[in-house]
Design a protein around this ligand. Sequence first.
Ligand code: GDP
Length: 429
Amino acid sequence: MVLGELSGSMYRALQQMKNATVIDEKVLDGCLNEISRALLQADVNFKMVKDMSLNIKKIVNLDKLAAGHDKRKPSYVPKKGKPSVVMFVGLQGSGKTTSCTKYAYYHQKKGWKPALVCADTFRAGAFDQLKQNATKAKIPFYGSYEDSDPVNIATQGVEKFRKENFDLVIIDTSGRHQQEASLFEEMRQLAEATKPDLVVFVMDSSIGQAAFSQAQAFNREVQVGAVIVTKTEGSAKGGGVLSAVAATKSPVIFLGTGEHVHEFEVFDVRPFVSRLLGMGDMSGFMNKIHEVMPVEQQPEMLQKLSEGCFTLRMMYDHFQNLISMGPLSQVYSMLPGAGAADLMPKGREQESLAKIKRYMTIMDSMTNKELDSTDPKIMNESRIMRVARGSGRSVQDVKDMLDEYKRMAKVVGSTMKGLKIPKNGESSR
Ligand code: GDP
């Protein structure tokens, strides 16, 4: 089952649930059965599917679900021109200060008048960091080197910016851990004094399952209304995100995808789910590799893929397998975006095959260094011209081939990087 069909089945299953006026055990079972069947057909490990189904049943408290009643907590959305206070909380190092600036920058670009307040008096250098970020993004800020009372600073900052007609005042707070009772008390006081319209819980995507208890602890002290997940680039982990959402019953609103101020994406559930599905596929991918690849070739290839490394030679081998439709093509077809389905759309196989052969002819004129390089920049204009001449193809053909390579390398980078290499026969997660 290809990914498109899988998401179709999932969508249908969820739609059924959405259309039901009363969600009882029968409706939930029906939905879970549908999803499990789709996942099994997509080659996801049986035990994983069974565990997932049991876990969901454990989490969902049917008694609490009143008939037709929507339990989701609507998240506060700041309105342009209407003063809003948004307070950021989270563990130290989760990416709060960075995300505050990104959040401000995002809204500034859309016509808001945002300002930043640094209420982190705990960490030396916190104000300087916020100041630096804010200055770079041209966002007004407020903080103090002398005052050590975060409640004072926050209150003053909010008052000042409100008077100056800023419509989005963002408060950055110290990083804290659920065991630090006094810091948690301070956070509660901060919320009491500034009365934020929205509290955003910032979490690092790599925190994993610890996300649940941390998010829950923060939510107990201050009403978390939204979640921002940081450092999501290249990471395929999804469990932690779901835990934070479950613990706070709040939606994820943005994803941090890098250190820079513009590396910030509005959270959209669809690509996220397809990434999760990609993860399901990944375990199948690993199992397939063990089945079809000579054992002596496995470690090297897996090692390379898990480093997010994908060379032109690997693409060449991939094409060779696609052409012969050998068992490896099944393996690659599991890579979302890099599979046979993309390269060979149904009904256009002949055309696609000709394209693949053309690309291979072009690669035949490349040097070993070019084929084994992991840096796409190696193919500069003069090399492209040489390869075009050598292969008898146009410069545009060479560029098209390189674009295809970059696209595949990006997919490998985002889905395979950091993947733990399993021992023979084990699933990867
Ligand atoms: P805070 O202690 O919660 O305020 O965390 P910081 O904002 O200081 O971030 C901690 C580190 O994570 C810094 O080095 C940031 O540059 C980095 N960081 C924050 N968000 C992201 C992200 O989305 N991706 C990456 N790669 N790094 C991030």
